[in-house]
Write a protein that binds this ligand. Structure first.
Ligand SMILES: [Zn+2]
Length: 429
C-alpha cells in the first residue's frame, strides 16, 4: 500500500485553536489528518515529506463561519434577492463558496438558503469534489410567519418571496418535513423580527410556542438541527424552551434569557451576527442606504444591548461564535473575518479568544468537535498558514494576501509559494 502524502510545516508559530498560548514548533500532516505536533525544531521526522518552510509564519486551524449566507447576493434589499433566477443564483453561490474558502473559511454553517435547494446542491457539489468550497452544513430557506422577517410578498399582485411563509403548527411542520426531504442539515426559523422590517421589529416575537415546537419536533425525529433568528428576549426563551440548538442574535436578551442561555450552554451556540448590525448602523449610508431615523435609533440601542449581552454571556461561559450575516451590499461576502475583530473591539474578547471561537467552537458547531477546529494529532488537516501573528492582531485574517497557504483535509486549496516548499528524500532502505 502506498504511504499517504506527508507535509511538514517547519519553523512556525502554532495557534492550535484550543485557546492555549501560541508556541513555536512543527506540524506534520499525513493524508487527510494531522499526524503530529512538535514543540521543538527537528522534533518530527521529515523523511519523505514535503517540507514547508514557515519562516516564522503562523499555522492555525481554518476558520468556521457560523452564520453563512453563501446564496445571498450582496443585494441592498431582500426583494432583489428573490428576483435572481435559479440558474444565475446557483452560479453565484458557487462563486461565493469559493470566495469564502479563498478568505480562509474551511467550514461554514449556513444560516438560510435564498432558494429551497441552493444550499443542498452546493454542499453536495463541494462534498463530491466537483467545485471548490468549504465543508458546509446546508440550511433551509428562512421559515417565517406571514408579516415576519422575509415575508416580502405584496397583497395586490403575485410576488413570492425568498423565504417560505407558514402559519400555525401544521404548516410549520409540513414545511419543515419538506426541507428534511430535500436534504438540509439545519431548519431555519424566524421567531423574532428585525429593525428594518416595519411590522416585525427586533423586539417583536412573531411565532408562537406551537409553531416553534412543531419545527423542533420534526428536527428531533430526523437528527436535524434548528437555528432561530431570535432578537427579542421572548424569542430566545421560546427557542430554548423547545430545544433550538443554534440561537442567532440574542441581542435583546433580558436577565432571564441570559440565565436560561447559561443553563443551556452545553447544548446551544449563540451567534450574535454583530457584523451586520455594526455595518447597517455605521456604514450603510456610505452605500446609499438611508434608513429612517427611528430605525437607526433602534439599531443603536440594539448594538449597545448586543455588546453588553455578549460580554455577559462570554463571562458565563456560553459558546459565542463569529458569523456576521455577510451577504448584503453594505456587508458583503468575503469580509466575514471582520467579525473576529468586532469580537475583540466590541465584546472584549482577546484576539486568541476570538480565534478559539472561530476554530474550536466552530468545529463543535459543525458537529465535529472531536476532529475539526484544532491543530492536534488525529484532527482533520484544515489549516491556514498566516503571514504574521493573528493572536496579536486578529485583523490580519481579513487580508487574503496574508494567507500564505490554505489547506483542506491535507490538500492545498492555496499552496505556499514554491520557494517555501522542499521535498525531502526518503531514507535509503
Ligand atoms: Zn442571516
Amino acid at each position: 500500500m502506498s504511504q499517504p502524502e506527508r507535509i511538514l510545516f517547519r519553523n512556525i508559530r502554532v495557534i492550535d485553536g484550543s485557546g492555549t498560548a501560541p508556541f513555536m514548533g512543527e506540524v506534520l500532516v499525513a493524508g487527510r489528518r494531522i499526524e503530529a505536533v512538535g514543540r521543538q525544531a527537528g522534533a518530527l521526522d521529515a523523511q519523505g515529506a514535503t517540507v514547508v518552510e514557515g519562516g516564522g509564519a503562523t499555522l492555525m486551524p481554518g476558520l468556521v463561519e457560523a452564520h453563512a449566507h453563501a446564496s445571498f447576493a450582496n443585494t441592498s434589499t431582500l426583494e432583489a434577492l428573490g428576483d435572481i433566477p435559479p440558474e444565475e443564483h446557483t452560479l453565484l453561490t458557487m462563486k461565493h463558496v469559493r470566495l469564502l474558502l479563498d478568505h480562509g473559511f474551511t467550514s461554514i454553517s449556513s444560516a438560510a438558503s435564498a432558494k429551497p435547494r441552493l444550499d443542498v446542491v452546493i454542499r453536495n457539489a463541494i462534498e463530491a469534489g466537483d467545485i471548490p468550497g468549504p465543508r458546509m452544513l446546508a440550511a433551509s430557506p428562512e421559515i417565517t410567519p406571514t408579516s415576519g422577517l422575509g415575508d416580502v410578498r405584496l397583497h395586490h399582485m403575485h410576488r413570492d418571496t425568498f423565504a417560505v411563509v407558514a402559519d400555525g403548527a401544521d404548516e410549520f411542520r409540513r414545511v419543515a418535513r419538506h426541507f428534511v426531504r430535500e436534504g438540509v442539515d439545519t431548519l431555519k426559523i424566524n421567531p423574532s423580527g428585525d429593525e428594518f422590517v416595519p411590522h416585525a421589529r427586533a423586539r417583536h416575537t412573531v411565532m408562537n410556542d406551537d409553531e416553534v415546537a412543531a419545527v423542533c419536533e420534526v428536527a428531533r425525529s430526523r437528527d436535524k438541527r434548528v437555528a432561530a433568528h431570535a432578537r427579542s428576549a421572548e424569542s430566545v426563551k421560546m427557542a430554548l424552551r423547545h430545544g433550538v440548538q443554534i440561537i442567532f442574535h440574542a441581542t435583546l436578551s433580558d436577565e432571564e434569557a441570559l440565565d436560561q442561555l447559561e443553563a443551556a450552554r452545553d447544548r446551544v451556540f449563540v451567534v450574535p451576527t454583530v457584523g451586520v448590525t455594526y455595518a447597517t448602523f455605521k456604514e450603510a449610508g456610505d452605500f446609499g442606504i438611508h434608513l429612517p431615523g427611528d430605525v437607526l435609533d433602534a439599531l443603536e440601542v440594539e448594538l449597545e444591548a448586543a455588546c453588553a449581552n455578549m460580554k455577559a454571556l462570554h463571562r458565563r461561559g456560553v459558546r459565542i461564535l463569529p458569523g456576521g450575516d455577510y451577504g448584503f451590499l453594505w456587508n458583503p461576502i468575503g469580509r466575514n473575518a471582520r467579525d473576529l475583530e468586532h469580537f475583540v473591539k466590541l465584546f472584549g474578547f482577546s484576539p486568541l479568544e476570538a480565534i478559539t471561537a472561530a476554530t474550536r467552537l466552530g468545529g463543535e458547531l459543525m458537529m465535529q468537535g472531536d476532529e475539526l477546529g484544532q491543530v492536534k494529532p488525529g484532527f482533520l488537516a484544515d489549516l491556514l498558514l498566516v503571514d504574521g501573528d493573528p493572536s496579536r492582531d486578529v485583523a490580519i485574517l481579513q487580508d487574503r494576501d496574508r494567507l500564505l497557504a490554505i489547506m483542506q483535509e491535507g490538500r492545498f486549496h492555496k499552496a505556499p509559494a514554491a520557494g517555501r516548499r522542499v521535498a525531502q528524500p526518503m531514507a535509503a532502505e
